[in-house]
Design a protein around this ligand. Structure first.
Ligand SMILES: [Zn+2]
Length: 428
């Protein structure tokens, strides 16, 4: 059967230019959001938008005999000093400009591609300078002989919520691009669902997804995508729903019942590694005797990052006999994890808090070890358990007022998803 074909996601990459045409392939087509101020029709055209600074001199020269505005886009190797020099402006003028706090801030943030607009008088002197302070603020300087006046122009950003969806035909990112979704949005979706769906193994042709996400607009122009608000993914016939909600100051994804999708523990605290030795009795590879193997081993090249399996406090970081360079994390509730034979410890010190997924060290072969690998132990109340089979504690669901607030805040996004005909949300 063709639907048994295995589809691997491709690495995120730049989207093809001709997205506008590809939008026709959209499953549900982009529909405007329902909630509040977002009722305007979402524009299907997607234009890569450069910062709209003043029009180039050619466009205005004909009917404006006054001063010319020149837009300069910073090229590789260019500095503010070299730009001033190229325009025939003296360094003393630049130093006057740099006394304006916004200008000196701009100078330190100047990057390749940054744009500046210079107004230069017939006498060759600088009369004005315009630049963007950030996405929503533009600064304009009026330069005269004795003073520099500064004006900050607010350019309010607007968040629009849109929904798009697609069906997996070739690869996750290609089909996302066909649906008009950027790699950033697709990555966000993968992150939201990574604990439920193994995107490297589980995808099948015919899987379908709907994503409610934000777009950031300014002055009628689409700037870029914001984050994913909600997603529904049908994987091998089974629906998975993730809804974003801010809880304890952090944006997290929850299922329909308000249970966090993020698990308390990662099953495998290392990426791209092969399980080379399981848990239990075995002949020790170096000592040659039968011994209990109190953890699991993952073979991986020296230097491969090792992750904290769950949120924790660092209990130990240093050298232990046999284990070599070792980190022990205390996760509370009597659970500790141990990571041994590192080539190098991470930057966390004893007593520090570390978040799940942060790098705490790097694979090596220090201590009593036959080759580069991670030796990983999971202990509950001091007793070694098999990390591959131990029942991991479930994260706490939202309750009480937090749950009520979650239901209220996420209702519009869920209504969006429910509008898609024939699309079922995960009911758990
Ligand atoms: Zn081991």
């Amino acid at each position: 059967m063709s639907n048994a074909r295995r589809l691997a996601p491709k690495a995120p990459r730049a989207l093809p230019i001709a997205l506008a045409g590809a939008l026709a392939v959209l499953l549900g087509s982009i529909v405007p959001a329902l909630d509040g101020a977002m009722e305007r029709e979402a524009q299907p055209e997607r234009v890569t938008q450069a910062i709209a600074l003043p029009p180039p001199p050619a466009a205005t020269a004909a009917n404006t005999p006054r001063n010319d505005w020149q837009t300069v886009r910073i090229a590789s190797g260019q500095t503010l000093g070299s730009v001033f020099a190229d325009l025939g402006l003296p360094a003393s003028t630049m130093h006057r400009v740099l006394e304006v706090p916004e200008a000196s801030q701009m100078a330190t943030r100047l990057r390749v591609g940054s744009e500046l607009a210079f107004e230069i008088g017939a006498d060759g002197e600088l009369k004005g300078l315009r630049f963007d302070q950030d996405e929503s603020k533009r600064v304009q300087l009026a330069v005269s002989e004795d003073a520099i006046e500064r004006e900050v122009i607010e350019r309010p950003m607007e968040r629009r919520v849109v929904i798009a969806g697609g069906t997996i035909r070739s690869s996750l990112f290609a089909d996302g691009a066909k649906a008009g979704l950027s790699a950033a949005v697709m990555n966000d979706m993968v992150k939201a669902l990574q604990y439920d769906i193994d995107f490297a193994q589980d995808l099948r042709e015919g899987d379908a997804f709907q994503i409610v996400y934000e777009e950031l607009w300014r002055e009628g122009e689409r700037l870029r995508d914001g984050g994913v608000v909600a997603v529904n993914f049908i994987n091998q016939g089974k629906p998975y729903t993730a809804v974003r909600f801010e809880h304890n100051g952090q944006q997290e994804f929850f299922d329909l019942d308000g249970r966090p999708l993020r698990k308390s523990f990662m099953r495998t605290p290392i990426e791209f590694a092969r399980l080379s030795s399981g848990f239990g009795a075995r002949r020790h590879p170096i000592l040659g005797r039968m011994r209990m193997h109190k953890g699991v081993d993952y073979a991986a090249p020296t230097g491969t990052p090792i992750f904290a399996a769950g949120d924790a406090r660092v209990k130990f970081a240093g050298w232990q006999n046999g284990y070599g360079r070792t980190v022990i994390l205390d996760h509370g509730n009597g659970i500790t994890t141990l990571y041994a034979h590192m080539s190098r410890l991470g930057s966390y010190r004893v007593g520090q808090r570390v978040q799940q997924g942060r790098t705490i060290g790097y694979v090596g072969t220090s201590g009593l070890s036959s080759g580069p690998h991670l030796h990983y132990e999971f202990r509950v109340n001091g007793v070694h358990r098999n990390p591959l089979t131990v029942t991991m504690p479930k994260p706490e669901p939202l309750t009480g007022t937090a749950l009520a607030e979650y239901r209220r805040a996420t209702a519009p996004a869920l209504a969006q998803l429910k509008r898609i005909e024939g699309f079922q949300l995960a009911a758990r």
